[in-house]
Write a protein that binds this ligand. Structure first.
Ligand code: BMA
Length: 326
């Protein structure tokens, strides 16, 4: 066991957080949170925000900023709304988008939770311009969430990370493959929830899409600690093999980012820092990490790719068979 002796200053919160709230929204909304993020060709940061309306159903609305931090320009109307007439699985809304650019297709893959009568599943939409979307419908049936693509094919197949769950059972992170984006198979567990008192016992899920580094795919994932007064959603780190990301090389024991500030502790669901998007800045190292605070607002923190990789290499444990975790 390695205790780092610090609550690690790996992530630095923007001092004027939160950056987006329902109060500043151009139309009535209950909450704005869990945003997918990308940088467009001209460098603009686009956040695809989950907006929960006053019925409790969510849709997506875009906010854009030149520097990814402030002066957000929010679309006057939603960008993607549930269409239950064509996609019955969206009957109770769409949530938590993750965005990955697929170079081969010159399209962004937006994976999101579609809340169907049978529970939440993973749906996929493709877009080149965040105006027109090609909706491929539900690609992973319920219960499944927290999905994002790899940016290119692996050994000829598209690959997606996701988190199936069975109520009452532990929920782990899986990987699946597809020849055509529609048919998915070869499902494998790649990271398991720990058990007992661990911060990531019982339920884990991908946070933002994977970050490619020379040392491997850096994964930020969330762990859920159930307590007598609710669940705490925190983030930890793992490093996956570059060639074969089914192989987890290293996994941190301690969480590195969790709810501490008022806007993370108090909201519709207090104690939640839920990270869903990142952008890489021009220096090739600085990450802007976008996360939902207490299921109420969008906040941003910065981190260094080098810093995160150094931390996991120093403090991460080889993933293979560590009995004390389970
Ligand atoms: C998860 C997701 C997130 C949410 C989090 C905390 O299961 O549904 O949308 O932010 O719970 O409530």
């Amino acid at each position: 066991m390695t205790i780092t002796g610090q609550k690690v200053a790996l992530f630095t919160r923007y001092q004027a957080n939160p950056i987006l709230t329902a109060k500043g929204w151009p139309y009535p909304a209950n909450s704005v949170f869990n945003a997918g993020a990308t940088r467009l060709e001209d460098g603009t940061t686009l956040l695809l925000c989950r907006v929960e309306d006053l019925r409790g159903h969510s849709h997506f609305c875009a906010a854009r900023s030149d520097n990814g931090i402030d002066n957000w320009r929010i679309d006057a109307a939603p960008m993607l709304v549930p269409e239950p007439a064509r996609y019955p699985e969206e009957i109770w809304g769409i949530e938590d988008p993750r965005i990955v650019f697929l170079e081969e297709l010159e399209r962004y893959a937006v994976t999101y939770t579609a809340w169907s009568r049978g529970g939440p599943g993973v749906s996929l939409a493709l877009t080149a311009d965040f105006r027109d979307f090609e909706r491929l419908g539900m690609v992973m049936p319920p219960h499944d969430k927290d999905a994002a693509f790899f940016p290119r094919r692996l050994n000829g197949r598209w690959a997606m990370i996701h988190r199936p769950s069975t109520p009452g059972e532990d929920s782990h992170i899986w990987m699946s493959y597809s020849p055509d984006l529609k048919h998915w198979g070869q499902h494998r567990i790649i990271l398991m929830a720990r058990r007992g008192a661990w911060w990531d016992a019982g339920k884990i899920g991908l946070s933002c899409p994977l970050i490619e580094t020379p040392e491997g795919w850096l994964m930020i994932y969330h762990g859920v600690k159930r307590t007598m007064s609710g669940s705490l959603y925190r983030q930890g780190l793992a490093l996956l093999d570059l060639e074969n990301p089914e192989r987890c090389l290293l996994r941190g024991e301690q969480w590195v980012f969790g709810p501490e500030e008022h806007y993370e502790l108090v909201g519709d669901v207090g104690g939640v820092a839920f990270l869903t998007g990142y952008t890489l800045q021009d220096d090739g190292d600085t990450l802007y990490l976008y996360y939902g605070g207490a299921d109420k607002c969008v906040a941003v923190a910065t981190a260094s790719v080098r810093g995160l990789v150094d931390w996991i290499r120093r403090y991460g444990e080889p993933h293979a068979a560590i009995d004390s975790w389970f």
